[in-house]
Design a protein around this ligand. Structure first.
Ligand code: S3P
Length: 169
């Protein structure tokens, strides 16, 4: 069986762009947890948060992961908070190799500051929020099989490291 490539990491860590690049390089389909939630709810993520709250979003996320984790030979692009629920991580690990795309808070801030589609960062001090959430979540992200330090690296370099780890196994 070809294990799924599961990308986890903070908002702005490059999961989506890396997924797409890996997809064309490896000819594997990308499945995004965020896009699956949006399809299921027929609403954007900001709308889900404002209409029904974060808890509801997390329940939807958990439902879609239960399905997505059963796929084979795909690349799974996970929303940044997927790792908060240990059951999500356990399911994703059953058929997947997990990669944590790690980046420091300043780099994450530079990448997300011009975007407005992430409700958790639409606050007065997004930089502080990133530091706070990252500190809390880091132990969860570090449960990945591999940690890829993305600081200062190109998308191509990050993909190369992931492919190397997948073929080593
Ligand atoms: C979230 C990350 C987002 C999205 C939602 C919540 C988080 O996905 O799932 O806004 O809690 O970190 P990205 O990591 O793809 O931005």
């Amino acid at each position: 069986m070809n294990k799924n490539i599961v990308l986890i990491g903070f908002m702005g860590s490059g999961k989506s762009v890396v997924s797409k690049r890996l997809s064309s390089r490896l000819k594997r389909k990308v499945v995004s947890t965020d896009e699956s939630v949006v399809r299921m709810e027929q609403k954007s993520i900001p709308e889900i948060f404002s209409d029904s709250g974060e808890d509801h979003f997390r329940q939807c996320e958990k439902k879609v992961i239960a399905d997505i984790a059963r796929e084979e030979n795909v690349i799974i692009d996970c929303g940044g908070g997927v790792v908060l629920d240990p059951e999500n991580l356990a399911k994703l690990k059953e058929k997947g190799t997990l990669f944590y795309l790690a980046a420091n808070p300043e780099i994450l801030y530079q990448r997300v500051k011009k975007q407005s589609h992430r409700p958790l960062l639409n606050c007065d001090n997004p930089k502080e929020k990133i530091e706070e959430l990252l500190t809390k979540r880091e132990p969860c992200y570090k449960q990945a099989d591999h940690i890829i330090d993305t600081n200062g690296k190109s998308v191509a370099q990050v993909c190369k490291e992931i492919v190397a780890k997948m073929t080593q196994k």
